[in-house]
Design a protein around this ligand. Structure first.
Ligand SMILES: [Zn+2]
Length: 428
């Protein structure tokens, strides 16, 4: 903590001597705006995702007024999305559980209004890939909740979607997934529904509960419309090559009517950073040599659907992208800089690491394997030099929960990344 304080002081000297546009203040303002309850967690609830997209357009137009800036446009795409509606109620042996605090509803769950006995299927023997369905059928739980061990369930091998394959044909009353930690909320697999309710609980769930009551509604939307926001700054040269910045602006929305995930770190932070970068480079004195493309994608939380759609339907040839930078979750303390990319991004990564080291921005950079966890993924798979940055620190524990809010947010990582990116663009 002491070390962090020293870094913060040293850093203030750099960021406080910047241009008249106070980008750090703007960054914080945008994060606060996008994370306000008005946007209802930037999903389909109260049109929060669409309204966040409109907000990005407004901000971009307010910030970027030079005549070499192209006005933003939308790229629409559709997908099926399961949602929870109305009041949420879940009780075990007469004790009411608190939404998010004690349980979350799995994103593919149907609604229900029923009280049923509980049977347990926690032992290792249930989780054999070929016999899982038969093992569960033997419990004769047509009208019962079956308590499954979430970690063991996830050891079941599956080529495509593990949930769908194992849960779709079970003739049971419901599933209670017991997690080994407090369960996170997701919507990555909201594209199908189970014919019964599925609820996740934490490790404190009793080992001998008798019955549970569940009451909530779902709505399956066949053709939900989301949109990517695309904008461009024309560089001074007439080269086709360009820089690209990407951040997802959508988040998890609500669980039922009253429980919202505001998504400050994930990813109001990256959304705001791409806006302040656009502002910076749209100033005539900072105008880049190459074009700069800014893409704010929707549908990330629904399984990277916006970035995937863009890669399948690019608005200019993907080969023109000199380097793509994806910012997702940079509102945490700068303890560790997590990064990930394909082999094409290696050379750029070396430069990033040199810059990082020279300034002592992040003490612990850590490279992760390229996986489908954020919006660089489909670009990297298509051979684009694409790099993903995330800051991981004190607030990571609030990932995908309502506690990812303004109380657990700092702009310290953002300040460092902003400087790193500027130097990278100059030197690469
Ligand atoms: Zn997320």
């Amino acid at each position: 903590m002491k070390k962090l304080f020293a870094i913060v002081l040293a850093f203030c000297a750099i960021s406080c001597t910047q241009d008249n546009f106070n980008h750090v203040q703007e960054f914080e303002n945008i994060v606060a705006d996008l994370a306000s309850p008005e946007f209802a967690g930037r999903s389909l609830y109260q049109d929060g995702e669409l309204r966040a997209a409109n907000y990005i357009v407004e901000k971009f137009n307010e910030f970027c007024t030079s005549d070499f800036v192209e006005k933003p446009c939308f790229q629409h795409f559709n997908y099926p999305l399961n949602t929870t509606r109305g009041d949420m109620f879940f009780a075990v042996d007469g004790k009411e559980y608190k939404p998010f605090e004690d349980y979350v509803v799995k994103e593919f769950s149907t609604g229900a209004d029923r009280t049923m006995p509980i049977v347990y299927a926690l032992e290792e023997k249930f989780y054999t890939p070929d016999n899982f369905a038969a093992n569960i059928a033997a419990l004769k739980a047509e009208n019962s909740f079956v308590v499954l061990d979430y970690d063991k369930f996830h050891t079941l091998p599956s080529e495509g979607d593990r949930y769908f394959k194992y849960l779709k044909d079970l003739n049971i009353g419901g599933v209670i997934f017991k997690w080994s930690k407090k369960p996170n909320y997701f919507k990555a697999r909201a594209f199908f529904t189970t014919p019964y309710p599925v609820v996740c609980v934490g490790p404190e769930f009793p080992a001998d509960a008798k019955e549970a009551t569940v009451k909530f509604q779902n709505e399956f939307i066949e053709d939900y419309t989301s949109q990517n926001v695309f904008a461009k700054i024309e560089g001074t040269s007439d080269s086709d090559s360009c820089w690209m910045f990407i951040a997802h602006y959508d988040h998890l929305g609500m669980m039922g009517r009253d429980n919202v995930c505001l998504g400050v770190n994930d990813n109001a932070s990256g959304t705001a950073a791409v806006l302040t970068l656009a502002q910076y480079y749209s100033q005539p004195e900072n105008r880049p040599e190459l074009d700069m493309v800014f893409l704010w994608v929707g549908g990330e939380e629904a399984n990277l659907l916006g970035s995937r759609y863009y890669v399948e339907n690019p608005l200019f040839p993907l080969e023109n992208i000199k380097y793509l930078i994806n910012l997702d979750m940079i509102g945490d303390t700068p303890d560790m800089l997590y990064h990930e990319g394909g082999p094409e991004a290696d050379k750029g990564l070396e430069l990033f690491m040199e810059i990082n080291k020279a300034h002592g921005y992040f003490p612990n950079p850590h490279r992760g394997e390229l996986v489908d966890n954020s919006d660089h993924y489909y670009f990297a798979k298509a051979g684009v030099p694409a790099m993903y940055f995330e800051s991981k620190g004190e607030f990571y524990k609030y990932y995908h929960s309502p506690a990812d809010n303004l109380e657990h947010f700092t702009s310290e990582s953002y300040k460092r990344i902003f400087e790193m990116v500027k130097e990278f663009i100059q030197k690469y």
